[in-house]
Design a binder for this molecule. Structure first.
Ligand code: APR
Ligand code: PHB
Length: 390
């Protein structure tokens, strides 16, 4: 098979790019290792910045998001029985975020690809890009016992952190930066009304907690846990009891609990791979960078990669101008690092670090108190949370 752009990975990054390029008349094929059911069963974060919301609309995938998503103008940071509100609207110049689950968003992208007869090949195993430095790269893969090959102009590595694309860049070219945090998040999804109309990030000596939501009948809660904990160690009752301990009493008293419909532990990691281009391979999204979930930057940072790639591809194919593709790595990484900084900052400020020294604890407290004593600090938090410009 022949196409213009072969996209490895059918997560939100790959699907979004495929959809945007299709609308400009650029051909793509998406190769996804998993079945569609599997991809659509993954539970991920659910806060979209304005730039991502606009991309969804531009991709003609925004109708359900606009109907069912919730606009949030602020969120709370709870500590010591106090609920401190960050006014996103006020401090970001009238901006806000959209609460809409990544699972729903991925479903919308798949529906759009189907509607336009986009080619998405599921259960593609042994996916391997070749001749990336040449003008004629190709990708081989296998479905069942049939192997095939896709010839293309460009390969997009949108295959997440564990994908094959980043590993195809030679070791002496690729530089990886990584920070692993000494804890994880235990998350529970429950069919219960959310405890608060706005998100609550809670800083507590027993560990961080987060109250989030997917809708007015579906809640998502998290608590910080040691990396040694396993999901089986946490009954629903134990989870709710621990969550309540970490919230201000007025919130804990209101919390409606129920059976978990999903429960999982995610380790917290910061990671960046540079460069994001190697020959005619371009990395995007989780394939190139990971953030801890504290500032909800993961999907949103993938969004800016996709935007830059989309613009670069359109200029290349429609105007013969390759400067956007040539600058891609540098431009994408500049924004990626700002998201890394913000996620690290929020993670560091809100979590309890098992072996932290008294000095670090004092700094953490000072950082926290400074935030709520300074409008400039709140403005900085708000502008990062709603998303820096692309
Ligand atoms: N071949 C083909 N597909 C692969 C391969 C491979 N070797 N390895 C992984 N994949 C697929 C995965 O099954 C997955 O569906 O690539 C897809 C990557 O999707 P994500 O991991 O969701 O990454 P991305 O699309 O970049 O999404 C950005 O934002 O909120 C964050 O981490 C969260 O997934 C989210 C991300
Ligand atoms: C979520 O709803 O899953 C969520 C929200 C905000 C975050 C992280 C996760 O910062």
């Amino acid at each position: 098979m022949k196409t213009q752009v072969c996209i490895i990975g059918g997560g939100p990054s790959g699907l979004m790019l495929s959809q945007l390029l299709h609308l400009k008349g650029i051909e793509t094929v998406v190769l996804e290792r998993q079945s569609r059911e599997y991809v659509l069963s993954r539970i991920r974060a659910g806060v979209l910045e304005n730039g991502f919301v606009k991309l969804m609309r531009e991709a003609q995938c925004g109708d359900r998001m606009d109907r069912e998503g919730e606009i949030h103008d602020g969120f709370f940071i709870a500590h010591d029985e106090k609920m401190n509100r960050i006014d996103l609207h006020k401090y970001s110049g009238g901006n806000s975020v959209m609460v809409y689950g990544q699972t729903e968003l991925t479903r919308d992208l798949y529906e759009a690809r189907d509607r336009m007869n986009g080619i998405v090949i599921h259960n593609a195993e042994d996916v391997q890009p070749h001749d990336l430095k040449s003008q004629a790269p190709y990708v081989t893969y296998r479905v069942g016992d049939k192997t095939d090959r896709i010839d293309c102009d460009f390969v997009i590595g949108a295959d997440g952190f564990h994908g094959v694309s980043r590993k195809s860049i030679p070791q002496d070219v690729l530089k990886e930066y990584e920070k692993v945090y000494p804890f994880g998040w235990l998350g529970v999804l429950s069919r219960t009304p959310p405890v608060s109309p706005e998100l609550i990030y809670a800083k507590h000596a027993r560990g961080f907690a987060l109250c989030s939501l997917r809708s007015q009948i579906l809640s998502r809660y998290y608590i910080q846990v040691p990396l040694s904990d396993r999901v089986e160690d946490w009954s629903d009752e134990a989870f709710w009891a621990e969550l309540k301990r970490r919230l201000p009493k007025e919130v804990a008293d209101k919390l409606i609990t129920g059976d978990s419909i999903e429960k999982s532990i995610a380790p917290l990691r910061s990671f960046v791979a540079e460069p994001m281009r190697y020959g005619n391979l371009f990395l995007a999204g989780d394939a190139a960078h990971i953030v801890p979930p504290t500032g909800a930057r993961g999907l949103n940072t993938a969004g800016s990669d996709i935007y830059y790639l989309y613009q670069g591809m359109v200029a290349h194919y429609l105007k013969g101008d390759s400067s956007g593709l040539d600058n891609y790595s540098e431009k994408a990484l500049a924004r990626v690092w700002k998201a890394q900084r913000f996620s690290w900052l929020l993670t560091t400020m809100l979590h309890t670090f098992p072996d932290s020294m008294a000095y670090d604890q004092k700094l953490q407290e000072t950082e926290f108190n400074y935030l709520f004593s300074s409008e400039s600090a709140q403005r900085s938090l708000a502008e990062n949370y709603v998303g820096l410009p692309f």
